[in-house]
Design a protein. Sequence first.
Length: 210
Amino acid sequence: MNFAIKQLHGTVLEIHTVGDRILRENTKIVTNFDKNLENFIGDMLATMYAAEGIGLAAPQVGKLSKVVLIDVSSCLSEGDECDFDGNKVKEIGSIMPLCLINPVIKKFSSEVISQNEGCLSIPGFSGRVKRSAGIVLTFVDRQNVNHVLSCNGMLARCVQHEVDHLNGKLYTDLLAQKDKKRFAKYLGECSGRLSKSNHGNTGAAQDFQG
């Protein structure tokens, strides 16, 4: 069983940063599974790896489509688990990178975990965010085949972060009040410097980057 997308050649795209209106817009369902989509996925993949991120959503590179790429193989923990279409995945890294098209989170676990997150669209800033420890997700792949993903740990967190992007939400919306004040200060300091051409690392290696 191998659901990972094959390495696609692509062009590194500009990453839109906080303040760009596109990051606050809702995305559209993908209906055309053609060469253009294939090329776009290749570009997203190249961009995510060039920016050293573990996740990337289409709006971050200027397209309002429900497309997400994820590769958490570098930051998995011992307790992380994943079921794909009802089958337990023994090595989660073996199914990376994942391309999730038209993803919908159907179920959130009651357990909530707080963890540090960063974002490629908010370079140089990070903060703790509470998210459900586990989720159940439906999506289609590049061939428009339906799948169900059940997971916890870093993969679940990454999926929630990226699906938020598809709905015009940023992880900073979920920060505690003290971190929101710190974020406001960050925005003031970065005013005029943030641009779509920024591909910088979002922070320390232990930070979520997506």
